[in-house]
Write a protein of this length. Structure first.
Ligand SMILES: Cc1cc2nc3c(=O)[nH]c(=O)nc-3n(C[C@H](O)[C@H](O)[C@H](O)COP(=O)(O)OP(=O)(O)OC[C@H]3O[C@@H](n4cnc5c(N)ncnc54)[C@H](O)[C@@H]3O)c2cc1C
Length: 505
């Protein structure tokens, strides 16, 4: 029987484990915190799929490719959109109760840069939670062995092949061998000071893959969500709220995004986020406002119960007043390079979900495509393992190694907060060469100085530094702006943005 270790219990890990167990594999899934701790359970807006007669996979593909700013892999996008509807139906069969309208038909939302409303949602704005619950139940029923509070510390590499994992649980190290290891450890939002991502999203799997020598690419592409509550801890206010008609206004009450893009609030995420950042700079750093008042209290509460509850808990009444919002790090487009079946450049190692770079997102992810990516590529990775096709590593693109740091010495002492501030200031929404070179120098010095990690937190810190250094180096190595990677020292970048916005009219 094929023995497989899956690391991570979000949509990607659980769906992979489920397919594997149903296919007869012996599957052990390890996860470093509680089973439902990860980004998946927080997903609000929903899952995109071309399921409706007025929509098509071609249209979904065109929107995905356009958002990716020319850097998507068209073959991966084709897989995503054409296999997506079947995977969404599979989720329904597992018991995910997507919302329905008064006639009983599937309800669907519209989000930025989608030509059609095609976002299915559950519990109003609790889609990820519904998917997470259904997948945990199905994985248990299928015989997946689930282990919580068990950290992947290292990949075991023997003769150029991944042969298992080194785990850390209850302070003890343990080696587990397997025929295949699947990384489904999520993104790395905790690299930045302000993020929508939960605590566990520290890029561990990407760091482990880097240490093992797997190809990791496109880390310069990180998506910053435009509308994250700017009062108290960052809390995402879904794009679907703008899809329902909310406006972004500045402190003078003006809809400023229209200056930057004719689609205004529903322009691609990176355009909206940068527009907000510029407006915030002009108004002394103060957040802009999301005005959802015209949607009406009844609709806001029915469609967005989770957000409504969170706002009410902070004493904000969004049906009556605009709420303060600002961008925050949200999603990592880059990651461990894979082929269309989740295989990485190391035999025996696969990657699925946000930690993987399949090529579907290019330089910018289309809203609500990531839950879908997790579900679609999980099924393909499981099929490749079950077919015994993981012993040869495919040829995959690789990124240049980290830049040699300049002569600058790191003066700051390492702390996670200092790293997150450094990334926010210099490897954030807007970057330039000088800031990136400074970040590379500091991160390289921290990487050299950190001791061998012994605890869970120390493992996370070491991983954060390694992924941060790779991301800053990748950003420094790409002088031009594209998609989410915006260099303020690329003089023509803003002009190009305005010209292409005009062309889109
Ligand atoms: C607030 C929010 C809203 C979002 N809304 C949407 C949306 O509406 N639609 C959409 O498509 N996408 C949305 N996204 C993005 C989407 O939720 C994620 O990209 C997706 O859920 C990632 O799934 P995953 O399985 O790859 O990772 P995750 O769900 O993040 O799971 C990662 C798992 O790996 C585990 N792990 C990490 N490191 C280790 C380690 N070293 N050892 C063991 N286990 C480890 C974690 O504990 C966790 O279980 C949203 C994200 C956030 C944060």
């Amino acid at each position: 029987m094929t023995g497989v270790i899956v690391v991570g219990s979000g949509v990607a890990g659980l769906a992979t484990a489920l397919h594997l167990a149903r296919g007869g594999a012996d599957v052990q899934l390890v996860t470093k915190a509680g089973m439902a701790d990860g980004s998946t359970r927080h997903a609000q807006g929903g899952i995109a799929a071309a399921l409706f007669p007025d929509d098509s996979v071609e249209s979904h593909a065109a929107d995905t490719l356009a958002a990716g700013a020319g850097l998507c892999d068209p073959a991966a996008v084709d897989v995503l959109v054409s296999e997506g509807p079947a995977r969404v139906r599979e989720l329904m069969d597992l018991g995910v109760a997507f919302d329905r309208d008064a006639s009983g038909a599937l309800a669907r939302g519209l989000e930025a840069a989608h030509a059609h409303p095609r976002i299915l949602h559950a519990g109003g704005d609790a889609t990820g939670l519904a998917i997470e619950i259904a997948l945990i139940a199905a994985a248990l029923e299928a015989g997946v062995r689930l282990r919580e509070r068990t950290l992947l510390a290292e990949l075991l590499v023997e003769d150029g092949r991944v042969a298992g994992v080194e785990l850390l649980a209850d302070g003890r190290r343990e080696v587990l061998r397997a025929d295949a290891v699947v990384l489904a450890t999520g993104g790395a939002g905790r690299l930045w000071a302000r993020t929508t991502n939960p605590d566990v999203v520290t890029g561990d799997g990407i760091a482990a893959a880097l240490r093992a020598g797997a190809a990791v690419v496109d880390l310069e592409f990180a998506q910053f969500h435009p509308t994250v509550l700017a009062e108290g801890a960052p809390f995402l206010v879904s794009e679907a709220v703008r899809g329902e008609g909310a406006d972004l206004i500045d402190l003078d009450g003006r809809r400023f995004v229209l200056d930057d893009h004719p689609d205004g609030e529903l322009a691609p995420r990176d355009v909206v986020a940068r527009s907000i950042a510029r407006r915030m700079a002009e108004q002394g750093g103060r957040p802009v406002l999301l005005d959802a008042t015209r949607i009406g209290r009844r609709r806001l509460e029915a469609r967005f119960p989770t957000i409504a509850r969170a706002l009410a808990g902070r004493g904000l009444d969004w049906a009556a007043h605009p709420i303060p919002v600002a961008p925050a790090a949200h999603y990592l487009m880059g990651g461990i390079a894979t082929d269309l079946d989740g295989r990485t450049s190391l035999a025996g190692l696969l990657a699925v979900g946000e930690c993987a770079r399949t090529g579907v997102h290019g330089a910018n992810r289309l809203a609500s495509n990531s839950l879908l990516e997790g579900a679609v590529f999980a099924a393909r990775a499981a099929a490749a393992i079950l077919a015994g096709e993981v012993d040869a590593a495919p040829a995959l693109p690789s990124a240049p190694g980290p830049e040699s740091p300049s002569a600058l010495a790191a003066v700051q002492t390492f702390s996670r907060a200092a790293l997150q501030r450094l990334m926010w200031d210099h490897v954030g929404l807007l970057r330039d060469g000088a800031g990136l070179a400074h970040a590379v120098a500091v991160l390289a010095a921290w990487q050299d100085a950190l001791p061998r990690p012994q605890t869970v937190a120390a493992h996370e810190d070491a991983g954060l530094v390694r992924v941060a250094l790779a991301a800053a180096s990748a950003a420094l190595a790409r002088p031009g702006s594209v998609g989410s990677h915006f260099r303020t020292d690329d003089a023509s970048a803003h002009a190009r943005e305005l010209v292409s916005a005009g062309a889109a009219c």
